[in-house]
Write a protein that binds this ligand. Structure first.
Ligand SMILES: [Fe+2]
Length: 122
C-alpha cells in the first residue's frame, strides 16, 4: 500500500495495486513531517487474535483542526484493513486478524503531521 496526499485539496488516498497516481497527488512517507513521535507512531498490542492500535504511546489529540484520519493494517500478503476516524473519537482501533501470524505494518495519518507507521511480529 502507498498513501498519497493531494497538494491542493489535502485529501488522502491509498493505492493497493498498480502504479498510476492521480494528477495532483504526491506520495506520503512515514515520519517525513517533524513532529512528536510519541503522539504519532502507532502503539501496537496483540490480544489473542486482536490487534489493538493506539495513536501513539501518548494519546494523539482528536480535535476538529488536528486529528488522526485513518489507521491501516497491512499484512505481509498485502491484505489491508482500514479504520477511518473523526474528531472527538479515540485515536484507536481494534482489528480481529483471525489465525494470521507474521509481520504486519500499521500506518496512521494525521491531518497536520502526515503519515506514520510501526511494525510488529503478530
Ligand atoms: Fe498530529
Amino acid at each position: 500500500m502507498k498513501v498519497y496526499r493531494n497538494t491542493k485539496t489535502k485529501s488522502v488516498i491509498e493505492i493497493v495495486f498498480g502504479e498510476a497516481v492521480p494528477e495532483g497527488y504526491v506520495e506520503c512517507f512515514a515520519g517525513e513531517v517533524d513532529a512528536a513521535q510519541e503522539k504519532h507512531v502507532p502503539h501496537l498490542e496483540k490480544d489473542g487474535t486482536t490487534l489493538k492500535v493506539q495513536v501513539g504511546s501518548v494519546e494523539h489529540p482528536m480535535l476538529p483542526e488536528h486529528y488522526i484520519t485513518a489507521i491501516w493494517v497491512e499484512l505481509k500478503d498485502g491484505t489491508l484493513y482500514k479504520q477511518t476516524l473523526h474528531a472527538n473519537q479515540k485515536p484507536e482501533a481494534h482489528f480481529d486478524l483471525g489465525s494470521y501470524t507474521g509481520e504486519l505494518t500499521v500506518y496512521e495519518y494525521c491531518n497536520l503531521h502526515g503519515l506514520w507507521k510501526a511494525t510488529i511480529e503478530f
